[in-house]
Design a protein around this ligand. Structure first.
Ligand code: FES
Length: 108
């Protein structure tokens, strides 16, 4: 599948150390700002569809507000149960303060 980045938001819309949820082309994304670096994961915990983008961001880990599973926002990998499967992560491109995400080739 061809790489095609879609504009999602401005970097200024995602405060450092926090996550924000955006919906693009029917996909709900949690954009996470870790010390100025932007990462994009699906806004749905793989344990029970918890709203990951509303979770607490601790370094590169985001904690699901529903039952406390943790994921690495860089890869989507699970770092704490009860989730057993990684969350989808998406390639991100930042140019001139604008965030674009490739919705087509997310990992997982
Ligand atoms: S829904 Fe996320 S930990 Fe259960």
């Amino acid at each position: 599948m061809a790489v095609q980045f879609t504009h999602v938001a401005r970097v200024a819309d995602v405060p450092v150390g926090e996550a924000r949820v955006f919906e693009v082309a029917g996909v709900r994304l949690a954009l996470c700002n870790v010390e100025g670096a932007i990462y994009a994961i699906a806004d749905a915990c793989t344990h029970d569809d918890g709203p990951l983008g509303e979770g607490h961001l601790d370094g590169h880990a985001i904690e699901c507000p529903r039952h406390g599973a943790r994921f690495d926002v860089r890869s989507g990998a699970v770092t704490r149960m009860p989730a057993a499967f990684p969350v989808r992560s998406y390639p991100v491109r930042v140019e001139n303060g604008e965030i674009a995400v490739d919705l087509g080739v997310g990992a997982v």
